[in-house]
Design a protein around this ligand. Structure first.
Ligand code: PMP
Length: 442
């Protein structure tokens, strides 16, 4: 049926019209574009506090996007404000070594099982590039195995088979490598081997076929970019076992899971320790900082300077201080425990509403990050191809109905909801009520 219009968002619409005249496509990142559904322009958010945000028209929302999980402590965290304010008068960046980066590396080593040595970067894409460079430098090989639908950033390295159509990618059991965009050279695509996720037989076949030629296997341990597709029981363990058997470094892309699914990320949660891991988002609490870290042997060529990595902005005092403050807060089990509990309550509310209204849908993920997927039979997705079979249009309507009820979530059904540690009991209850109302309207 017809979807009622949002409350006034005319100022957002006007800014988007203006943006298109100077910004390519009116945006700085395509995930911000809501080209489908009834709300074909992005919301321009002006301010936030805790788990609340306000748009340029003055509408207030409870925010379960929280900048894709970055603002893990909530927006305008007083902790961060207190830590960062002095730097505005003492200097935000010197381009030299900083004491903060040392303390931050030590803290990451203490929290993350695989982290024996750390390097900092500014975005997930950059840190993925660093980890892949380290693995290639260590092994002297070029090929990297990734899983269909997993996302590892926009840079050439792994921008292959992020979101291919089945026509492009061929058979589900043996997908082809498909460049994500024009402009990615064929050589780059040829260096990426693609495998279906949660498929032990396919994994065994692909690893055997490329024996002795793989520089790394990389995965999202919880596939945040495939609507929080969870690892099938034993899947990560098998991956670890086979990588060890074949002598291939295993990289966990923990850009979304890191410091969110518990202090040790997904590797801590599942007790499966990769050789290298990548962190961003929650690490910085809302400033641009990323890291890659791993076993000493893998990071040693970098430590010796044989394998190159650098960056003017890496671990500036501003970003390292924000990260240090964030990780100190996340080391408190009460903080992460509440974030997880709050999300679980919302997940339970979605399941209840869906059951009551007889709407098939899967609610998948952990409390701190999850997604609602309208699969045909309500079964959770196991891989990218199953996600393609879900009803995107219905997610658009659901999201819009939530927005009308003051709840802001991910516009893109293949990504996920992120919960802020600062969310209050009342905001969780209000979210659950909005979920119920949204399902009634579906
Ligand atoms: N890896 C994963 C799992 C991600 O979700 C993302 C971003 N959504 C990236 C890498 C790339 O990070 P960034 O956007 O900071 O470059």
């Amino acid at each position: 049926g017809a979807i009622p219009a949002l409350g006034a968002t005319d100022t957002s619409r006007a800014w988007f019209d203006r943006a298109r005249r100077s910004l390519a496509g009116g945006i700085s990142s395509p995930a911000r574009l809501t080209s489908t559904g009834p709300h074909p322009y992005p919301l321009y958010l002006r301010e936030g506090s805790g788990a609340r945000v306000r748009d340029v028209d003055g509408n207030e929302y409870i925010d379960h996007l929280i900048s894709y999980g970055c603002a893990v402590l909530g927006h305008a965290s007083p902790l961060l404000a207190g830590a960062l304010a002095p730097l505005l008068t003492t200097g935000t960046m010197f381009g030299t070594c900083t004491t903060e980066e040392v303390e931050l590396a030590e803290r990451i080593e203490a929290m993350v099982p695989c982290a024996e040595l750390v390097r900092f970067a500014n975005s997930g894409s950059e840190a993925v590039q660093g980890a892949v460079r380290a693995a290639r430098g260590f092994t002297g090989r070029s090929l990297v195995l990734k899983f269909e639908g997993h996302y590892h950033g926009w840079s050439d390295t792994l921008a292959v088979s992020n979101r291919p159509t089945p026509e492009q990618a061929g058979p589900a059991a043996a997908p082809r490598s498909v460049p994500h965009s024009p402009g990615i050279p064929p050589g780059v695509v040829d260096d990426v081997v693609v495998c279906p996720w949660n498929d032990p037989d396919a994994l065994r076949t692909v690893l055997a076929a490329h024996r002795g030629r793989l520089a790394a296997v990389i995965c999202e341990p919880i596939v945040a970019n495939n609507a929080c597709t969870m690892p099938a029981p034993g899947c990560l363990e098998l991956l670890r076992e086979l990588c060890t058997a074949y002598g291939v470094p295993l990289i966990f892309d923990e850009v979304c899971t890191g410091f969110r699914t518990g202090p040790g990320g997904a590797q801590g949660l599942y007790q499966v320790v990769p050789d290298l891991a990548v962190f961003a988002k929650a690490l910085g609490g809302g400033v641009p900082i990323a890291a890659f870290a791993g076993r000493r042997a893998l990071m040693e060529p970098l430590a010796e300077g044989r394998v190159k990595h650098g960056g003017t902005y890496n671990a500036s005092p501003l970003c390292a201080t924000a990260a240090l403050t964030t990780l100190r807060a996340l080391a408190d089990p009460a903080t992460t425990g509440w974030m997880e509990e709050a999300g679980r309550r919302i997940m339970a509310a979605v399941r209840r509403a869906a059951h009551d209204r007889g709407v098939p849908c899967a609610v998948q993920g952990v409390g701190a990050m999850f997604q609602v997927v309208f699969t045909p039979d309500g079964a959770p997705t196991r891989n990218y191809r199953e996600l393609l079979a879900a009803d995107r249009g219905r997610y658009d309507v659901f999201r819009h109905e939530l927005l009308r009820r003051g709840v802001h979530v991910n516009a893109y059904g293949a990504a996920c909801w992120f919960v802020a540690a600062a969310v209050t009991e009342d905001e969780v209850a209000a979210t659950c009520a909005a979920v119920d109302g949204a399902f009634a309207a579906l």
